[in-house]
Design a protein around this ligand. Structure first.
Ligand code: ZN
Length: 324
């Protein structure tokens, strides 16, 4: 890799981000437009955003080699079709890749958003400095998602499910997840669930905690509340935060034995806590990891923030062209 210019298109429920990236991972332009509603309008907005990003980069479409697109799923990377999406009403079996490819006259690739973000961090973010070839990313948002890169390649799996780390089981017979399984990682570590776990603990009237105040005021607690009160030393908040980090560490240990990555990167809203999240994850990892050898893994935070998706999508377009 190294040459060529690529468009990345990141389709979110609120905004579409478009950018132009060179083969070395350098961003030449970035734009963001509102998503709109309904597949036809959204696809028209994506095409317009792509053209706008090319214009901002001071080039023409002729200079572009390929387009990478990421979207919420489930989707088929092979067919380039978005099967449906909770965040995009009216989307059902939409051939997103081919419609964009035809409109821009360029080869295109479609990937799910969490995996594209992981590839972005691999290509131009947290994985870049250490020249990592084997990496995992865990994204802590409303849900928990992720992506896996092995030997420099993004892993998709047999049914496009590889990287659905939020549904790895960490507690046998644990809390019932929306997916129908019990004890999924997401049930303990998604931002929404961290707040809910703290609120549940407060059902016990004998528990004293400064979290009672935001709970009374807002009727619910966020992961941010738990983080803030844990930082101020509230015992319940510290306990919930610490347990959350422990579940993440346990999932990381399993991941090491499945895949042996060199680096696990945490991204998403909750990872903005930085070392306050990463240090206890590392500590629990070391305490629970096997004693045959010391851990050889780097656990760190993501670097690209909201640009990971658009960067990863463009980088995947680059990888596609170089695989030909
Ligand atoms: Zn689940």
């Amino acid at each position: 890799m190294g040459d060529g210019l690529y468009i990345g298109l990141d389709l979110g429920g609120t905004n579409i981000k478009a950018g132009v990236l060179n083969g070395a991972g350098k961003s030449l332009a970035k734009v963001s437009v509102p998503t709109g509603r309904g597949p036809d309008a959204v696809i028209a907005n994506m095409i317009a955003a792509a053209r706008q990003s090319v214009h901002s980069a001071g080039i023409t479409l002729d200079a572009i080699d390929a387009v990478g697109i990421d979207s919420p799923g489930p989707l088929s990377t092979e067919k380039g079709v978005v099967i449906r999406s909770a965040n995009l009403p009216g989307w059902e079996n939409i051939p997103l890749r081919d419609r964009i490819s035809a409109a821009l006259g360029k080869p295109a690739i479609l990937e799910n958003d969490a995996r594209a973000a992981a590839y972005g961090e691999f290509f131009a973010g947290a994985g870049k400095a250490l020249k990592v070839r084997n990496m995992m990313m865990i994204t802590l948002g409303t849900g928990v998602g992720g992506g896996i890169i092995l030997d420099g390649r993004l892993i998709r799996g047999h049914t496009d499910m590889a990287g659905e780390l939020g549904h790895a089981v960490v507690v046998p017979d644990g809390a019932l997840c929306g997916c129908g399984q019990k004890g999924c990682l997401e049930m303990y570590t998604a931002a929404s669930r961290v707040g809910q776990r703290a609120a549940q603990a407060l059902h016990d009237p004998s528990v004293t905690s400064s979290l009672r105040e935001p709970l009374a005021q807002f009727g619910e607690l966020s992961a941010r509340d738990v983080e803030d009160h844990a930082r101020r030393g509230d015992e319940l908040a510290l306990d919930i935060w610490n347990q959350t980090c422990r579940y993440l560490a346990i999932a990381c240990i399993s991941a090491v034995h499945w895949l042996d990555p060199q680096m696990i990167v945490f991204g998403g809203g909750m990872a903005a806590a930085g070392e306050f999240l990463l240090q206890p994850v590392r500590r629990h990892f070391e305490e629970n990891y096997w004693k045959m050898d010391p851990p050889a893994i780097v656990i760190r935070g993501a670097e690209l923030g909201n640009d990971a998706g658009v960067t990863g999508a463009a980088a995947l377009a680059c990888a596609m062209m170089h695989a030909r």
